[in-house]
Design a binder for this molecule. Structure first.
Ligand code: DX5
Ligand code: ZN
Length: 216
């Protein structure tokens, strides 16, 4: 199974974002993970559409945009215009998830749904065949640098079974507290994509850290 890495720029240097994007460009990373927070769904505010569209001009990897916002439908067209390749919405804010997923695809993006640590994998049973990716949160969303919740390994295996039963080629991405040890166990449990923020950008050599994660 392919091992993909999505460095999260939440932990990058916002005074010189281009420099950190260049690190990602030169590395073996597969995506640039962009965390959009609204201060309502999560207790923090990050960055939004203008930043994403400027990033798009320098990033040579697909943008993996993780929306931690209420009412994502309202902004799907804007994120498509800004250059998002994968758009992730939270299950917990979508009353009409099927409609939201269709809307993302109609705008030419890959559709992904995120589950908070307390949301069981089984809620995706009737939509899994329509998803390009599922993002499992392994911390409570809102901040980088938090401790990995180990219940996530079990959820990765459950999701892997669900995907196999549905004959889909949906990717499993995990986000929060990913380091070498947790990352290795996640890949072994059946994850495809690891998001890593603080572990990459607070390391001495972020490019090497990305490449080492990919080689786990
Ligand atoms: C948390 C974000 C994550 C965050 C991960 O709400 O969704 O993408 O950047 O940060 P680390 O890797 O530091 O846990
Ligand atoms: Zn994220």
């Amino acid at each position: 199974m392919k091992h993909l890495i999505a460095p999260s720029i939440l932990a990058a240097n916002f005074n010189n974002l281009e420099k950190d994007i260049e690190v990602i460009n030169h590395s073996e990373a597969d995506f640039v993970h962009c965390d959009v927070m609204d201060g309502v769904f999560v207790p923090n505010i990050s960055f939004g559409i203008p930043v994403i569209s400027q990033l798009k001009q320098v990033a040579r990897k697909p943008l993996d945009v993780h929306l931690m916002i209420i009412d994502p439908d309202k902004f799907i067209a804007d994120f498509a215009d800004a250059g998002a390749d994968y758009l992730t919405v939270h299950y917990e804010v979508c009353n009409h998830l099927n409609r939201t997923v269709n809307l993302i695809k109609e705008h030419g993006m890959k559709a992904s749904v995120c589950l908070n640590p307390h949301t069981p994998v089984a809620v995706l049973e009737d939509i899994i065949g329509e998803l390009d990716m599922v993002l499992l949160m392994s911390v409570n969303p809102g901040f980088g640098g938090q401790k990995f919740i180990s219940n996530t390994y079990k959820k990765v295996s459950q999701l892997r079974n669900l995907i196999e039963q549905s004959n889909s080629d949906c990717l499993i991405e995990v986000d929060g507290g990913v380091k070498y040890e947790t990352g290795k166990k996640l890949f072994d449990a059946g994850a495809n994509v690891l998001v890593a923020g603080s572990f990459v950008f607070s390391s001495e050599n972020p490019e090497a850290t990305i490449n080492n994660l990919k080689a786990l």
